[in-house]
Design a protein around this ligand. Structure first.
Ligand code: NAD
Length: 473
């Protein structure tokens, strides 16, 4: 077991109080991290405030170079980092490597973005321009499903915009982020990036901290609402990336053999613990029987197990609380007599939070597994008969994160996409996020956006400077 320390003001520190971190594949404690509270937070925020004075005036090319250095450090240490990520998060090695390399690539690509000045007016009377200025000290709060990707999703744009950041990983998955903190410690000036760990109770302290100017949060909708409330006291800027209950719509012209595997992974990657995983799959009635059979057949060949073992394609659920929730949804489906195509029997013996791949056959629209975000390896397949009907059903959700349409008729697919109430819609692919496109939820899936110029702008205020020409002064 290893002790991991926090990064505050350029130093790796601990406070002598510790939180255990468990490997979800076997429930063994694999590391300890500091259990921080107000004192450490105050220190981190003060360091970030001091660093902001210089960092916000540092030429953007230098800030860009620092992000690129971090991106290179992540890539150079991918072997070590991805193994640690599997051990704490549960995802199979290949997917952990995908997260690490993806984090490096996304950060590198984001570093190339430019917030250009806009000329509002250049007339005989005046020159008016809008520039973007950094908001100040950012509080970043991230979840346990993609701990490194989410951390970098916040650190990179904060640094590029000229902000400094205090980042809090999830107490379930802080290890890889703290190891990364150690690796990047000397690549950034002290205080620009601070990473501190603690229980969930550290979150509200960040949200309510009087010297933090903005909160960027990824996590559940329930916590997002509390953050909005907490941030309202001093009108902190907020960006919220929250839950989803994304619908995938398969039109009757889709090739059953070709889409079955893709649909499977759109739901079961990372054991279904992805905000933009396909959580409801609507299949046209003409191909429902064939496609549901093909998905079920494919599922039977996928191995669930310890992500560090060769051949494992779906790992355990990341933590006990989420495991219990997923089990409860499966039990609810059983109690209601819904039909299971695959899975449904959780083995309570042994260690590790394993849920078998579970696929439900056409449960009703008001079933909990359809109406709620499951965030686990349980997928409902549903039949539909017309475009109008399926659009209405897909939109019948408080969430509005993403969705997909699968069809050879791209025009029809786009027409459906334009009627979906979500921030992202994919046609014939899934889970693709671009560092250059805004990613954000409609309705209760979020507030604001990350990535792209729109995401970067969220770390800045617009400032308009107007010069009166030929003024009589
Ligand atoms: P969570 O909301 O329980 O926790 C997220 C983070 O918030 C953790 O670091 C936690 O310690 C902290 N936190 C908890 N209570 C807090 C409070 N009162 N104030 C401030 N911070 C607090 O979410 P989770 O269970 O870790 O993650 C799963 C959820 O995240 C799912 O709903 C999923 O859809 C969502 N998610 C969304 C995105 C996206 O980009 N939209 C990405 C990944 C996950």
């Amino acid at each position: 077991m290893t002790d991991y320390r926090n990064l505050i003001d350029g130093e790796m520190i601990d406070n002598g109080q510790w939180l255990d971190v468990v490997n979800p594949a076997n429930e063994e404690v694999i590391g300890r991290v500091p259990a921080c509270g107000k004192d450490e937070l105050d220190r981190a925020v003060a360091a970030a405030r001091r660093a902001f004075k210089t960092w916000s005036k540092t030429p953007v090319e230098e800030r860009r170079a620092a992000i690129q250095k971090i991106s290179a450090i992540i890539k150079d240490n991918a072997d070590e980092l991805h193994r640690l990520l599997t051990a704490e998060q549960g995802k199979p090695h290949q997917q952990a490597m995908g997260e690490i390399i993806g984090s490096s690539m996304m950060a590198g690509a984001q570093s190339t973005l430019d917030l250009e000045e806009v000329i509002n007016e250049d007339s005989d009377q005046r020159l008016s321009r809008t520039r973007r200025v950094p908001v100040g000290v950012v509080g970043g709060i991230v979840p346990w499903n993609f701990p490194v990707m989410m951390a970098m999703q916040k650190i990179a744009p904060a640094m590029l915009s000229g902000c400094t950041i205090v980042l809090k990983p999830s107490p379930f998955t802080p290890l890889t982020t703290l190891r990364l903190a150690e690796l990047i410690k000397d690549a950034v000036p002290a205080g620009v990036v601070n990473i501190i760990t603690g229980e969930d109770s550290l979150g509200p302290l960040i949200t309510g901290h009087p010297d933090i100017d903005k909160i960027t949060f990824t996590g559940s909708t329930a916590t997002g609402k509390k953050i909005m409330e907490g941030a309202s006291k001093d009108l902190k800027r907020i960006t919220l990336e929250l839950g989803g209950n994304d619908a995938s719509i398969v039109l009757p012209d889709a090739d059953v053999e070709k889409v079955a595997e893709q649909l499977f992974w759109s739901s079961f990657t990372n054991a279904g613990q992805i905000c933009v995983a396909a959580k409801r799959i609507y299949i046209h009635e003409d191909i429902y029987d064939d496609l549901s059979k093909a998905i079920a057949e494919y599922a039977k060949g996928v191995k669930v197990g310890d992500g560090s073992q060769q051949g494992t394609a779906v790992g355990p659920i990341q933590n006990k609380k989420q495991f219990d929730r997923v089990c409860e949804l499966i039990q609810d489906a059983k109690d209601n007599g819904y039909n299971f195509l695959v899975g449904g029997d959780v083995d309570p013996s042994g260690s590790g939070y394993y849920v078998p791949i579970t696929i439900l056959d056409n449960p009703p629209e008001d079933a909990r597994i359809v109406a709620e975000e499951q965030f686990g390896p349980v997928m409902p397949l549903m039949k539909f008969s017309s475009d109008e009907e399926v659009i209405e059903r897909a939109n019948n959700s408080e969430y509005g994160l993403a969705g997909a349409v699968w069809t050879k008729d791209v025009e029809r697919g786009v027409k459906i996409a334009e009627q979906l109430e979500t921030g992202t819609v994919w046609i014939n692919e899934y889970l693709h996020l671009s560092p250059f496109a805004p990613f954000g939820g409609h309705k209760q899936s979020g507030f604001g956006a990350e990535y792209g110029i729109e995401g970067l702008k969220e770390f800045t205020y617009p400032q308009v400077i107007t010069v009166k020409k030929n003024a009589a002064v």
